[in-house]
Design a protein around this ligand. Structure first.
Ligand SMILES: Nc1ncnc2c1ncn2[C@@H]1O[C@H](COP(=O)(O)OP(=O)(O)OP(=O)(O)O)[C@@H](O)[C@H]1O
Ligand SMILES: [Mg+2]
Length: 329
Protein backbone atom coordinates (compact mmCIF):
# COMPACT_ATOMS: atom_id res chain seq x y z
CA UNK A 1 0.00 0.00 0.00
CA UNK A 2 1.30 3.50 -0.77
CA UNK A 3 1.93 5.95 2.03
CA UNK A 4 -0.79 8.51 2.53
CA UNK A 5 1.15 10.42 5.16
CA UNK A 6 4.88 10.98 5.26
CA UNK A 7 6.79 13.24 7.57
CA UNK A 8 10.41 14.27 7.14
CA UNK A 9 12.17 15.67 10.20
CA UNK A 10 8.88 17.28 11.15
CA UNK A 11 9.55 19.63 14.05
CA UNK A 12 7.62 22.14 16.12
CA UNK A 13 9.41 24.10 18.75
CA UNK A 14 8.17 26.53 21.36
CA UNK A 15 10.86 28.89 22.62
CA UNK A 16 13.62 26.44 21.92
CA UNK A 17 11.73 23.43 23.30
CA UNK A 18 10.91 20.80 20.68
CA UNK A 19 7.33 19.64 21.28
CA UNK A 20 7.74 17.52 18.13
CA UNK A 21 11.32 16.64 17.37
CA UNK A 22 12.44 15.59 13.86
CA UNK A 23 9.60 13.17 13.36
CA UNK A 24 9.90 10.68 10.49
CA UNK A 25 6.84 8.53 10.08
CA UNK A 26 4.92 7.02 7.21
CA UNK A 27 1.28 5.97 7.41
CA UNK A 28 -0.01 3.56 4.81
CA UNK A 29 -3.22 4.11 2.97
CA UNK A 30 -6.14 2.31 4.64
CA UNK A 31 -4.51 1.60 7.97
CA UNK A 32 -5.55 2.56 11.47
CA UNK A 33 -2.46 4.18 12.92
CA UNK A 34 -2.35 4.84 16.64
CA UNK A 35 -0.19 7.42 18.38
CA UNK A 36 0.33 6.61 22.04
CA UNK A 37 2.27 8.65 24.49
CA UNK A 38 2.21 10.28 27.91
CA UNK A 39 0.74 13.75 28.43
CA UNK A 40 2.84 16.29 26.61
CA UNK A 41 4.49 13.73 24.31
CA UNK A 42 3.64 15.77 21.23
CA UNK A 43 0.68 13.82 19.83
CA UNK A 44 -1.75 16.72 19.46
CA UNK A 45 1.03 18.96 18.12
CA UNK A 46 1.82 16.33 15.47
CA UNK A 47 -1.81 15.98 14.47
CA UNK A 48 -2.29 19.75 14.42
CA UNK A 49 0.61 20.13 11.99
CA UNK A 50 -0.66 17.34 9.74
CA UNK A 51 -4.07 19.00 9.76
CA UNK A 52 -2.46 22.36 8.78
CA UNK A 53 -3.76 24.05 11.93
CA UNK A 54 -0.22 24.58 13.16
CA UNK A 55 2.88 25.42 11.10
CA UNK A 56 6.00 23.32 11.59
CA UNK A 57 9.14 25.16 12.64
CA UNK A 58 11.27 22.59 10.85
CA UNK A 59 11.04 19.68 8.41
CA UNK A 60 8.03 18.92 6.27
CA UNK A 61 5.20 16.47 5.71
CA UNK A 62 2.84 15.28 3.01
CA UNK A 63 -0.74 14.22 3.45
CA UNK A 64 -2.47 12.57 0.51
CA UNK A 65 0.49 13.68 -1.60
CA UNK A 66 0.17 17.36 -0.67
CA UNK A 67 2.67 19.43 1.26
CA UNK A 68 1.17 20.55 4.58
CA UNK A 69 2.55 24.09 4.21
CA UNK A 70 2.65 24.79 0.49
CA UNK A 71 -0.55 22.96 -0.37
CA UNK A 72 -2.51 23.42 2.83
CA UNK A 73 -5.84 23.89 1.02
CA UNK A 74 -5.56 20.52 -0.74
CA UNK A 75 -4.52 18.89 2.52
CA UNK A 76 -7.59 20.32 4.22
CA UNK A 77 -9.82 18.92 1.52
CA UNK A 78 -8.28 15.49 2.06
CA UNK A 79 -8.82 15.23 5.80
CA UNK A 80 -11.41 15.13 8.55
CA UNK A 81 -10.64 16.03 12.14
CA UNK A 82 -12.11 15.23 15.52
CA UNK A 83 -10.34 17.40 18.07
CA UNK A 84 -9.21 16.42 21.52
CA UNK A 85 -11.32 19.16 23.06
CA UNK A 86 -14.99 19.15 22.13
CA UNK A 87 -15.55 21.79 19.51
CA UNK A 88 -19.25 21.71 19.00
CA UNK A 89 -21.71 24.57 19.26
CA UNK A 90 -24.44 23.23 21.48
CA UNK A 91 -27.02 25.85 20.55
CA UNK A 92 -27.51 24.14 17.21
CA UNK A 93 -29.23 20.90 16.37
CA UNK A 94 -27.17 17.98 15.17
CA UNK A 95 -28.43 18.41 11.64
CA UNK A 96 -27.72 22.16 11.59
CA UNK A 97 -24.23 21.50 12.78
CA UNK A 98 -23.65 19.04 9.97
CA UNK A 99 -25.01 21.49 7.38
CA UNK A 100 -22.69 24.17 8.66
CA UNK A 101 -19.73 21.86 8.22
CA UNK A 102 -20.85 20.66 4.81
CA UNK A 103 -20.81 24.33 3.75
CA UNK A 104 -17.46 24.99 5.36
CA UNK A 105 -15.92 22.07 3.49
CA UNK A 106 -17.52 23.05 0.19
CA UNK A 107 -19.78 20.02 -0.18
CA UNK A 108 -21.96 20.80 -3.25
CA UNK A 109 -25.42 22.05 -2.15
CA UNK A 110 -27.21 19.37 -4.15
CA UNK A 111 -25.34 16.62 -2.30
CA UNK A 112 -25.55 17.96 1.22
CA UNK A 113 -28.85 16.43 2.26
CA UNK A 114 -28.03 12.91 1.11
CA UNK A 115 -24.57 12.98 2.67
CA UNK A 116 -25.89 14.30 5.97
CA UNK A 117 -28.59 11.63 6.07
CA UNK A 118 -25.95 8.98 5.41
CA UNK A 119 -23.64 10.25 8.10
CA UNK A 120 -26.48 10.50 10.64
CA UNK A 121 -27.36 6.91 9.87
CA UNK A 122 -23.76 5.80 10.23
CA UNK A 123 -23.45 7.31 13.69
CA UNK A 124 -27.01 6.29 14.60
CA UNK A 125 -28.26 9.75 15.39
CA UNK A 126 -31.17 9.92 12.96
CA UNK A 127 -33.71 10.05 15.81
CA UNK A 128 -31.96 12.89 17.57
CA UNK A 129 -30.84 14.87 14.52
CA UNK A 130 -33.26 17.74 15.12
CA UNK A 131 -32.66 18.09 18.85
CA UNK A 132 -30.39 20.77 20.22
CA UNK A 133 -26.88 19.50 20.88
CA UNK A 134 -27.06 20.64 24.48
CA UNK A 135 -29.59 17.84 25.05
CA UNK A 136 -27.15 15.19 23.74
CA UNK A 137 -25.12 12.98 26.03
CA UNK A 138 -21.32 13.08 25.85
CA UNK A 139 -21.24 9.92 23.75
CA UNK A 140 -23.81 11.29 21.30
CA UNK A 141 -21.80 14.49 20.87
CA UNK A 142 -18.69 12.50 20.20
CA UNK A 143 -20.58 10.44 17.61
CA UNK A 144 -21.84 13.61 15.97
CA UNK A 145 -18.29 14.97 15.87
CA UNK A 146 -17.15 11.77 14.21
CA UNK A 147 -19.94 12.10 11.67
CA UNK A 148 -18.99 15.70 11.09
CA UNK A 149 -15.42 14.70 10.33
CA UNK A 150 -16.74 12.47 7.55
CA UNK A 151 -19.11 14.81 5.80
CA UNK A 152 -16.76 15.60 2.93
CA UNK A 153 -15.55 12.01 2.46
CA UNK A 154 -12.01 12.57 3.69
CA UNK A 155 -9.15 10.30 2.71
CA UNK A 156 -7.65 10.60 6.19
CA UNK A 157 -9.51 11.03 9.43
CA UNK A 158 -7.58 12.39 12.40
CA UNK A 159 -9.05 11.52 15.76
CA UNK A 160 -7.42 13.06 18.81
CA UNK A 161 -8.61 10.99 21.75
CA UNK A 162 -12.02 10.27 20.28
CA UNK A 163 -13.25 8.22 23.20
CA UNK A 164 -11.83 10.00 26.22
CA UNK A 165 -14.21 10.19 29.15
CA UNK A 166 -16.86 7.97 27.58
CA UNK A 167 -18.36 4.92 29.22
CA UNK A 168 -17.11 1.51 28.04
CA UNK A 169 -20.21 0.74 25.95
CA UNK A 170 -20.09 4.06 24.14
CA UNK A 171 -16.39 3.66 23.57
CA UNK A 172 -17.00 0.25 22.09
CA UNK A 173 -19.68 1.73 19.90
CA UNK A 174 -17.35 4.42 18.57
CA UNK A 175 -14.57 1.97 17.93
CA UNK A 176 -16.98 -0.09 15.86
CA UNK A 177 -17.69 2.95 13.66
CA UNK A 178 -14.02 3.56 13.29
CA UNK A 179 -13.44 -0.01 12.14
CA UNK A 180 -16.41 0.18 9.81
CA UNK A 181 -15.04 3.34 8.25
CA UNK A 182 -11.77 1.66 7.53
CA UNK A 183 -13.40 -1.33 5.85
CA UNK A 184 -16.34 0.21 4.05
CA UNK A 185 -15.03 3.63 3.13
CA UNK A 186 -11.31 2.90 2.78
CA UNK A 187 -10.45 5.78 5.07
CA UNK A 188 -7.06 5.98 6.70
CA UNK A 189 -7.37 6.74 10.39
CA UNK A 190 -4.77 8.36 12.58
CA UNK A 191 -5.76 8.44 16.20
CA UNK A 192 -4.37 9.15 19.60
CA UNK A 193 -5.64 7.37 22.64
CA UNK A 194 -4.72 6.62 26.20
CA UNK A 195 -6.68 3.38 26.17
CA UNK A 196 -4.10 0.68 25.63
CA UNK A 197 -6.49 -2.21 25.16
CA UNK A 198 -8.29 -0.40 22.39
CA UNK A 199 -5.11 0.61 20.66
CA UNK A 200 -4.07 -3.03 20.81
CA UNK A 201 -7.35 -4.31 19.45
CA UNK A 202 -7.89 -1.75 16.72
CA UNK A 203 -4.69 -0.27 15.43
CA UNK A 204 -2.84 -1.91 12.59
CA UNK A 205 0.28 -0.15 13.80
CA UNK A 206 1.13 1.84 16.89
CA UNK A 207 3.74 4.53 17.27
CA UNK A 208 4.79 5.20 20.84
CA UNK A 209 5.77 8.82 21.26
CA UNK A 210 7.65 10.53 24.06
CA UNK A 211 9.42 13.89 24.25
CA UNK A 212 8.43 14.68 20.68
CA UNK A 213 9.97 11.55 19.18
CA UNK A 214 8.71 8.15 18.10
CA UNK A 215 10.46 5.66 20.33
CA UNK A 216 8.85 2.47 19.01
CA UNK A 217 6.68 1.78 16.00
CA UNK A 218 5.23 -1.51 14.86
CA UNK A 219 2.17 -3.74 14.80
CA UNK A 220 0.82 -4.55 18.28
CA UNK A 221 2.01 -8.21 18.19
CA UNK A 222 5.52 -7.20 17.10
CA UNK A 223 5.73 -4.51 19.78
CA UNK A 224 4.85 -7.09 22.40
CA UNK A 225 7.46 -9.46 21.03
CA UNK A 226 10.15 -6.85 21.64
CA UNK A 227 9.67 -7.27 25.37
CA UNK A 228 11.55 -9.92 27.28
CA UNK A 229 8.49 -12.09 27.65
CA UNK A 230 6.20 -12.85 30.56
CA UNK A 231 5.26 -10.52 33.37
CA UNK A 232 5.12 -11.91 36.89
CA UNK A 233 3.29 -9.80 39.46
CA UNK A 234 3.96 -10.41 43.14
CA UNK A 235 2.04 -9.02 46.08
CA UNK A 236 4.03 -9.35 49.27
CA UNK A 237 5.12 -7.62 52.44
CA UNK A 238 8.61 -6.05 52.47
CA UNK A 239 8.56 -5.70 48.71
CA UNK A 240 11.83 -3.76 48.50
CA UNK A 241 13.76 -6.42 50.38
CA UNK A 242 12.16 -9.18 48.33
CA UNK A 243 13.10 -7.35 45.14
CA UNK A 244 16.70 -7.12 46.26
CA UNK A 245 16.70 -10.80 47.24
CA UNK A 246 15.37 -11.97 43.88
CA UNK A 247 17.91 -9.82 42.10
CA UNK A 248 20.72 -11.29 44.17
CA UNK A 249 19.67 -14.95 44.19
CA UNK A 250 17.97 -15.36 40.83
CA UNK A 251 19.48 -12.53 38.85
CA UNK A 252 16.07 -11.01 38.17
CA UNK A 253 16.89 -7.48 37.09
CA UNK A 254 13.86 -6.38 35.13
CA UNK A 255 11.89 -5.37 38.20
CA UNK A 256 9.59 -2.45 38.73
CA UNK A 257 7.21 -1.63 41.53
CA UNK A 258 3.75 -0.69 40.36
CA UNK A 259 1.19 0.37 42.96
CA UNK A 260 3.13 -1.44 45.65
CA UNK A 261 3.35 -4.71 43.72
CA UNK A 262 6.51 -6.10 42.22
CA UNK A 263 6.43 -6.69 38.48
CA UNK A 264 9.18 -8.82 37.01
CA UNK A 265 9.65 -9.30 33.31
CA UNK A 266 11.29 -12.60 32.41
CA UNK A 267 11.83 -14.81 29.43
CA UNK A 268 10.47 -18.09 30.71
CA UNK A 269 7.88 -17.23 33.34
CA UNK A 270 6.69 -20.79 33.92
CA UNK A 271 10.14 -21.97 34.92
CA UNK A 272 10.99 -18.88 36.96
CA UNK A 273 7.80 -18.75 39.04
CA UNK A 274 8.46 -21.84 41.19
CA UNK A 275 12.01 -20.62 41.84
CA UNK A 276 10.70 -17.27 43.05
CA UNK A 277 8.29 -18.98 45.44
CA UNK A 278 11.03 -21.29 46.68
CA UNK A 279 13.57 -18.50 47.18
CA UNK A 280 11.01 -16.36 49.01
CA UNK A 281 10.00 -19.23 51.30
CA UNK A 282 13.61 -20.15 52.09
CA UNK A 283 14.25 -16.57 53.15
CA UNK A 284 11.03 -16.26 55.17
CA UNK A 285 9.21 -13.86 52.86
CA UNK A 286 5.46 -14.16 52.76
CA UNK A 287 4.02 -13.94 49.26
CA UNK A 288 0.32 -13.01 49.27
CA UNK A 289 -0.20 -13.68 45.59
CA UNK A 290 1.78 -14.33 42.46
CA UNK A 291 0.40 -14.08 38.93
CA UNK A 292 1.85 -14.49 35.48
CA UNK A 293 0.64 -13.06 32.20
CA UNK A 294 1.90 -12.41 28.72
CA UNK A 295 2.89 -8.83 27.92
CA UNK A 296 0.27 -6.37 26.73
CA UNK A 297 0.54 -2.96 25.11
CA UNK A 298 0.57 -1.30 28.51
CA UNK A 299 3.75 -3.22 29.31
CA UNK A 300 5.20 -2.12 26.01
CA UNK A 301 4.29 1.46 26.82
CA UNK A 302 5.78 1.20 30.27
CA UNK A 303 8.91 -0.40 28.89
CA UNK A 304 9.54 2.36 26.38
CA UNK A 305 8.34 5.43 28.26
CA UNK A 306 8.94 4.39 31.85
CA UNK A 307 5.49 5.57 32.72
CA UNK A 308 2.24 3.90 33.47
CA UNK A 309 -0.87 5.05 31.71
CA UNK A 310 -4.23 5.29 33.28
CA UNK A 311 -7.46 7.09 32.68
CA UNK A 312 -8.65 7.65 36.18
CA UNK A 313 -11.81 9.62 35.81
CA UNK A 314 -13.88 11.50 33.35
CA UNK A 315 -13.12 14.74 35.14
CA UNK A 316 -9.42 14.36 34.79
CA UNK A 317 -9.85 13.73 31.11
CA UNK A 318 -6.48 12.38 30.21
CA UNK A 319 -5.00 11.75 33.58
CA UNK A 320 -1.80 9.89 33.94
CA UNK A 321 -0.48 8.97 37.27
CA UNK A 322 3.19 8.54 37.58
CA UNK A 323 4.13 5.27 39.15
CA UNK A 324 6.87 4.40 41.46
CA UNK A 325 9.44 2.91 39.17
CA UNK A 326 12.66 1.38 40.16
CA UNK A 327 15.12 -0.50 38.04
CA UNK A 328 17.64 -2.58 39.86
CA UNK A 329 21.14 -2.66 38.51
N1 LIG B 1 1.03 26.78 22.34
C1 LIG B 1 2.00 26.19 23.05
N2 LIG B 1 2.96 26.91 23.64
C2 LIG B 1 3.95 26.33 24.34
N3 LIG B 1 4.06 25.01 24.51
C3 LIG B 1 3.12 24.22 23.94
C4 LIG B 1 2.05 24.78 23.21
N4 LIG B 1 1.28 23.74 22.75
C5 LIG B 1 1.84 22.62 23.23
N5 LIG B 1 2.95 22.90 23.92
C6 LIG B 1 3.83 21.93 24.59
O1 LIG B 1 4.20 20.94 23.65
C7 LIG B 1 4.28 19.67 24.28
C8 LIG B 1 3.44 18.68 23.51
O2 LIG B 1 2.07 18.98 23.71
P1 LIG B 1 0.91 18.13 23.03
O3 LIG B 1 -0.37 18.83 23.28
O4 LIG B 1 1.27 17.86 21.62
O5 LIG B 1 0.99 16.78 23.87
P2 LIG B 1 0.06 15.49 23.77
O6 LIG B 1 0.97 14.34 23.48
O7 LIG B 1 -1.07 15.71 22.87
O8 LIG B 1 -0.42 15.36 25.29
P3 LIG B 1 -1.84 14.91 25.91
O9 LIG B 1 -1.76 13.43 26.07
O10 LIG B 1 -1.85 15.59 27.21
O11 LIG B 1 -2.94 15.35 25.01
C9 LIG B 1 3.87 19.87 25.73
O12 LIG B 1 5.03 19.99 26.50
C10 LIG B 1 3.11 21.18 25.70
O13 LIG B 1 3.22 21.85 26.91
MG1 LIG C 1 -3.11 15.78 23.13
Amino acid sequence: MPNIIETYNLTRSYNGFNAVDKLDIAVEQGEIFGLLGPNGAGKTTTISMLCTILKPTGGSAKVNGFDIVKEAMQVRKSIGIVFQDPSIDDRMTGRENLYMHANLYGVPTGEQKSRIDRVLKLVELEDRADDLLRTYSGGMRRRLELGRGLIHYPKVLFLDEPTVGLDPQTRDHIWNYIKELKYTHDITIVLTTHYMDEADRLCDRIGIMDHGKIIALDTPPKLKETLEGDVITIKAAKIDELTALLAEKLGLMQCIIVDGDLEITVRNGRAVMPRIIETAAENKFFIESILMREPNIEDVFLHYTGRNIRVDSTRELHGFSAIQRRKIR
